[in-house]
Write a protein that binds this ligand. Sequence first.
Ligand SMILES: [Zn+2]
Ligand SMILES: [Zn+2]
Length: 416
Amino acid sequence: MTKRDFYEILGVPRTANSDQIKKAFRSKARHLHPDNMDSGDESAFKELAAAYEVLSDDNKRALYDRYGHDGLAGAAGGFDGVDLGAFADLSEIFSTFFGGGRGGGGRRSTVERGSDLKLELRLEFSEAIFGTERKISIKRLEACTVCTGTGAQSGSQPVRCTTCNGAGQIRQATQTLLGQFMQILTCPNCEGEGTRIEKACTVCKGKAQVRTQRDLEIKIPAGIDHGARLRIPHAGDHGRRNGPPGDVYVLITVNDHAKFVREGQTIHLQQPISFAMAALGGEMIVDTVDGEKPLRVPPGTQTGTILPLKGHGAPQLNSPNLRGDQLVHLIVETPTKLTSEQKRLLEKFADSRGDKLSAPKFKRPDTASSANSKPSPGKSSSIKNPSGKGSSGKADSSLIDKIADVFKPKEGASEN
Ligand SMILES: [Zn+2]
Ligand SMILES: [Zn+2]
């Protein structure tokens, strides 16, 4: 960075006294200040401030006079890459210049982004899985068509604001240590519009915007889940004074399904199977979100067994081809009504396995299931009725329990 001579920057002779230097700085600072829309120049202003910082300080000025810029390098750290924050004693001026009211660089800063709109959308279970298209109705703020967004009654025009003379901003004098400085503020009378409405449009009441009902076609992506939030960019309230529109957020709720329970990309289904199927194995038809599908049940299937149906779960959001699985939770159903024929067959079956269906009077009824060839299989039935075990009152239902025990899992089924 080539350094200009400080006296040259301030435009004063080397013999200038401190009053002359101060005066020169004030006048140039006003001219070069970045908030000055006509002649503002931030880098020139910083350079000016740096020059003034030195020449207004007797010690620094003496160093500068003797050694030039080099003389300051050690003492003041030099002025390469001027840092505004370094000028502590100028801080008041800088806060006047750069403080609060500077938004938008002094230009009209009242453009407003439109508000976001939120709404809820309820989907059926399968709509969330496969995605869908929906029409939603929103009421958003748009420019009033009657006054074409001016807010003024037809025939009349917005008139120039007299406070700011149409500029939308006003200059306000602020007294500082170094004299008076101008601050540029948004006009409080017209809020930066530069114009005022004398006869308000009767439709929008001068607000220039009206709430308008709009139907939007939205695409619900496959795999969306309960609680998801869809953003529709730029579909919200239009911004005032040509500001950008807000967004629409759609909060997704998904109805429960009578059979399926979704957990992320996995779909769970509880599927009852007959105990003959559980014992013998076979093939059955189960429901999936893709329709009925065959499911092979292996022989000796226990209640609580989970069989997967690959690729019949929910798709990954935004990758509809990546499907999760459906998990079929099998529940072995014990028949509650038996014909005498069925009863006879089951008794025969029990007999063939050596299952005892009645217990000796003074022994625990558990022993019946010990026919299951293991020393302590009483567990599964004791889960069912841990306390009332000893009572022999309900002979019939306990008989069914015992038959069911034959088909029950040894290590208790996880859930269900
Ligand atoms: Zn209007
Ligand atoms: Zn005004």
